[in-house]
Design a protein around this ligand. Structure first.
Ligand code: PHE
Length: 342
């Protein structure tokens, strides 16, 4: 009997309990009511009376050993399973990653700011098609047929119908508005324009302009200057200088290029302003009386001014962007820099 007890004791000590199943097995073998120890207790009756006491004590020690091993293993498993269950798949204590909001495109921001400035001066907003006919893009604007002035703007024509082209400037919308309204007219026409040019840091075949014009009785070049002075100060700040440089457009007379003092070098001369201290932001002039007449506006009674500015050019100066291609590449590293700007 004592030998059996010792054998079982060794078995219990050597028993490897490595999972819930072996623990269950251990229980069946040793501590259950039909297990080896319970059987030994049954056998205790066969032990001679004088030995019963000491054998009984040994048996009790064995029972306690088995019970202790069982409880120890049980507790260990309970801890690990609890631990496993209490580790959530998602760590709820981590700080939440900020939502990724898209940023306004710098060209949209600049366009809207330009429109806002001019609308305070009473300009309304107009719109015209990007695919234009020859009349609105050229002929009504005094570009005579076969005149070299048409070559000022390299045009994407429709191969099958050379009367249709992608508009080369927003002045085409000026014609459309003038055809459909009578003065006083004070309108803006923002939009995309197209020219057959090689893409580089300074030129693109697709870009944006904001056209503005004002037709009424007694409108003069002074009114044009006042509007543009106001615009430039609002857009770039009070320190910026503006100058009008005589130029030529078939649809304005007189015509002037609008220059502002270079914001990069503050007029001292740098690469951006080609050492001149000035950068061009657009064209302007008094609408040629023939253009008014082309649109059935009485040129004896009314006069008007017009201007057209490059939106990319304004954005490049405002944000010191050196390459025009960045506007169309959709690189988020570039675009997200504008998310905090107004
Ligand atoms: N349409 C001209 C251009 O694209 C700009 C301009 C507009 C000039 C209005 C004079 C008046 O170059």
């Amino acid at each position: 009997m004592l030998e059996k007890i010792q054998a079982i004791q060794k078995e219990i000590e050597a028993y490897v309990i490595e999972g819930v199943e072996t623990l269950e097995q251990f229980k069946l073998e040793f501590t259950s009511r039909k297990g080896k120890i319970a059987t030994l207790f049954d056998d205790l009756k066969t032990v001679p009376n004088e030995l019963k006491r000491s054998v009984g004590q040994e048996l009790n020690t064995l029972k306690q050993l088995a019970q202790a091993r069982f409880e120890e293993a049980f507790a260990a498993f309970e801890n690990t399973t609890n631990a496993q269950q209490s580790v959530p798949k998602i760590d709820l204590s981590l700080p939440v990653a900020a939502d990724q909001y898209g940023a306004r495109h710098p060209l949209s921001m600049v366009r809207e700011r330009m429109i806002e400035i001019f609308s305070r001066l009473g300009f309304t907003l107009g719109e015209g098609p990007e695919i234009e006919d020859d009349w609105h893009n050229f002929t009504a604007l005094n570009f005579p047929e076969n005149h070299p002035a048409r070559e000022m703007q390299d045009t994407f024509f429709l191969a099958k119908n050379p009367d249709i082209a992608l508009r080369t400037h927003t002045s085409s919308t000026q014609i459309r508005i003038m055809e459909s309204q009578q003065p006083p007219i004070k309108a803006l026409a923002p939009g995309r324009v197209f020219r057959n040019e090689a893409i580089s840091a300074r030129a693109h075949c697709v870009f944006h302009q904001l056209e503005g014009f004002y037709i009424d009785e007694n409108v003069s070049f002074l009114d044009l200057k006042k509007a543009l002075y106001h615009f430039v100060k609002e857009m770039f700040g009070a320190d910026v200088q503006i100058r009008f440089r005589p130029s030529y457009f078939p649809f304005t007379e007189p015509s002037a290029e609008i220059d502002i003092s270079c914001l990069i070098c503050k007029g001292k001369g740098c690469n951006v302003c080609k050492q001149s201290g000035w950068v061009e932001i657009g064209g302007s002039g008094m609408i040629d009386p023939q253009v008014l007449e082309n649109c059935h506006i009485d040129a004896k009674k009314y006069a008007g001014y017009a201007f057209g500015m490059g939106i990319e050019r304004i954005a490049m100066l405002k944000y010191q962007i050196k390459d025009l291609r960045l506007f169309t590449e959709n690189d988020v590293r570039f675009l997200k820099q504008f998310s905090n700007l107004g």
